[in-house]
Ligand binder design. Structure first.
Ligand code: PMP
Length: 423
């Protein structure tokens, strides 16, 4: 079936191709310049977590050396400095995804916590037994399990958009699933297991026509494509900092202000309150209502530096460069005997998932690792995708803008060697 290409996917697939100087960007990433197992490191596990540029490392280092202080509550100098650095980082996220207001940017631990927050706060307060939520067969476990938990808690119905054998959503079935009981569609922007780029704009438009809200899981999309939440028209958008060249333990929940305003807090504690008496509490304004307790201050500030770094290179340039890398890697992979790609969607980005006849993915991973090449093997927290393709695991090379064609040549040579010695 032909998949509609919306503007986001089109941008992801190349656009007007400004140049990216890969040697210059590689120089920004200290970790890349080392040998592992006696060979130069080739890091192809970017979908699990990406490496950090010196700008991010130095920003976090500077915070602990010069600014460390608790935020929002202090009147002393360091507290004021740390607070303004943290709030500037929030503004950087707003700009990065073009949200209307920083009131719509909630700092969380990552995509997982963001989805759990939406499920438990929005879901529990707005849904009742019999209401329907649509997810897809290609969701990460973090966009499946929290919904199943809510189903078991309050009796919602979970509907699933199936995928085809190319790893694309079956959009005709999506249309059939939408009905007046559908309250929310929770959908992956870019699949971490398959590399499929979903046509989220048209999915959102159709959901809205049916009167449903849309949550987009952008964990894999934000490092590879420009995202504009207002142009998409999504109601919630979530991502993790550590896949976006920032620290672990920090991420973003974007929510439309009117929705967040109407939602109850997720956790109670300090910072999320305006006033507490022993018998009642007045909650703080957005976004602080959802940020109980001392946050990951260094992480937030580090994530601010990460998006500034990415903006300096330009996501159009990144998308174009990675598109070439993925095309090259796909062509070359198909020359490896016994190799079968898992995920052959028309619109793909940054991820090459595969199996090899007669070789377990874990053995592939080990042999490739002995050449200093990091790939991931396993179910990629997407067991329903593995079930669809009837495999326990795949091997996955996932690219970032600091990977090179020469590194891909080394990967392909290692895979050919693995086939010779193991198949
Ligand atoms: N969604 C997708 C598509 C992902 O790839 C991941 C991480 N692999 C997540 C959600 C969860 O991200 P985190 O573990 O950072 O919360």
């Amino acid at each position: 079936m032909n998949q509609p290409v919306d503007s986001t996917a089109a941008e992801l697939l190349g656009g007007n191709r400004p140049a990216l100087d890969v040697e210059r960007v590689r120089a920004d990433f200290p970790i890349l310049h080392q040998e592992v197992r006696g060979k130069p490191l080739a890091y192809f596990d970017n979908a699990a977590t990406s490496q950090k540029p010196a700008k991010v490392i130095e920003t976090v280092d500077h915070y602990y050396r010069a600014l460390n202080s608790n935020i929002h509550r202090g009147v002393h100098y360091l507290s004021e400095q740390a607070t303004s650095a943290y709030e500037n980082a929030r503004e950087a996220q707003r700009r990065f995804i073009n949200a209307e207001s920083t009131r719509e940017i909630v700092f969380v631990r990552g995509a997982t916590e963001a989805i759990n927050l939406i499920v438990q706060s929005w879901g529990r307060s707005q849904l009742k037994a019999g209401d329907e939520v649509i997810i897809s067969e290609m969701e990460h476990h973090s966009n499946i399990v929290p919904w199943q938990m809510l189903r078991d808690q309050i009796g919602i119905e979970l509907k699933v958009i199936p995928i085809n054998d190319a790893g694309e959503l079956q959009l005709d079935i999506y249309e059939e699933l939408l009905n007046e009981r559908t309250k929310l569609v929770a959908i992956n922007h870019l699949s971490n297991a398959l590399g499929t780029v979903n046509p989220v704009k048209s999915i959102i438009d159709q959901a809205h026509e049916a009167g449903a809200l849309v949550l987009v899981d952008g964990a894999q999309a934000v490092p590879h494509t420009p995202v504009d939440v207002q142009a998409l028209g999504c109601d919630f958008y979530v991502y993790s900092g550590h896949k976006l060249f920032g620290p672990t333990g920090i991420g973003v929940l974007y929510g439309r202000e009117d929705l967040l305003e109407a939602m109850p807090p997720y956790q109670g504690g300090g910072d999320m309150i305006k006033m507490v008496k022993l018998d009642r509490t007045i909650y703080n304004d957005l976004p602080y209502k959802f940020e109980a307790g001392t946050p990951h201050i260094a992480g937030g500030i580090g994530l601010g530096a990460a998006v500034e770094y990415v903006e300096d290179i330009g996501l159009e340039a990144i998308a174009a460069y990675e598109h070439d890398l993925l095309e090259y890697a796909t062509e070359q992979a198909l020359t490896v005997e016994g190799l079968k790609l898992i995920g052959t969607a028309q619109n793909k980005a940054s991820i090459l998932s595969f199996i090899m006849d007669g070789v377990h993915p874990h053995d592939l991973g080990t042999i490739v690792d002995s050449e200093g090449i990091a790939i991931r093997t396993g179910h990629h927290c997407a067991m329903p995708v593995m079930d669809h393709f009837g495999v326990p695991a795949t091997a996955r090379a996932s690219f970032a803008f600091y990977n090179t064609h020469a590194e891909i040549d080394r990967l392909i040579a290692a895979l050919k060697h693995a086939h010779e010695v193991l198949a």
